[in-house]
Design a protein around this ligand. Sequence first.
Ligand SMILES: Cc1ncc(COP(=O)(O)O)c(C=O)c1O
Length: 417
Amino acid sequence: MAWPGRGRDTDVVELSPFRIERFYAQYEHSTPFMLSSSDCESRTIAELLELEPDAHGRLLECWCGYTESPGGPGLRQAIASLYERTGAEEVVVTSCAEEGIFLLYHAVLRAGDHVIVETPCYESALEVARSTGAEVSQWRRRYEDGWAHDLDALADLIRPATRLLYLNQPHNPTGTLMARPVFEHVIGLARAHGLVLFSDEVYRELEHDPADRLPSACDLYERAVSLGSISKSYGLPGLRIGWIATRDGVLRDAVAALKDYTTICASAPSEFLTALALRNRHVLLDRNLAIVRRNLPVLDGFFERHAETFEWIRPTASPIGFPASPESMTSPGTAHGSPRSASCSCQARSTTSPATSASASAGPTCPMPSDSLRRTSPTLNTATPARARRQPKAEQRVHDLRHDRVRLGGAYRRPAG
Ligand SMILES: Cc1ncc(COP(=O)(O)O)c(C=O)c1O
């Protein structure tokens, strides 16, 4: 897919097809047993409205005009309650985290920049970065190393042109979580090199042991951007609400300026329902965690019984995990995290999962990408599996006032000094 770009620095903005989304577009809503969703089991609007006594009446009174571009005050307040040092005015609501990824990358990056992305990852973390014209390096984690984070390798990847580091903790697809000293080391590296730390935290609060929870990056580092979503840990992807939270005002302004060209503002009823859900998020999280804790031993049993076919590193956070097939790992030239590892995940769903799945027809040829997975198999999240779920310079930021233009492709530049 390509369309003419208008940026000064690039002639064409190119995005490769989002392979896993194309795969899901084909099967997601017709497959009777979904074992590979990346979000928790959802709920109905009626169930959400039961969370507060007068919620039903307030929803009916919800004004369907445009909402405030950075998000309504009630929603921003509810989002800010997730953070220690980041306030409501430091939040920009987006129409899902996917929009946040698009806006943030395009606000920060342009041709000539360099960006580092933790992989394997959600595909847009790589592809949207590439679409800015920036050069992208992968900070690869490997199954053989227990999905460890190689901090020396990360330090070696940083160059003078590096502008941004994308991190995803808790991690899709492995369901693992960085230890806190590792997280702090990464933040130290970002600070030392003046990098924007783009911290995808859409699975935060679904740590299997809440004691493992990491602080939000936006609270620890002034140039970090925490990406949140109502989709995953809270299980409400149909609301299509996400957000970015950062104490860097220049960055926030740059994102807000681009958002005027994508959605302007989010959906008013979705904002209402998201604020309601976040105010009562412990009810949602308790149920979702209970489902994960119930399903994990079932999967342990499954992997034990099929030890010749699968192995995995047991997830410690999120509703997902990333099994490996020894066959793929011993194939010449392949390693986990390489293209074969993706098909392990696909086969787990389509040919050897306990349930019969319509996606079996995809079989081993399914185009699951190697370094970028949205949903992996199997998931721990389903209570009812038979349901197919439906600066350059600070003063030159955002609007280039001389030309009255919003820059797509690097409106935000590192402040001088
Ligand atoms: C790691 C990660 N980040 C972001 C997203 C996008 O989430 P949303 O549904 O809010 O667009 C996903 C969706 O699968 C994801 O897995």
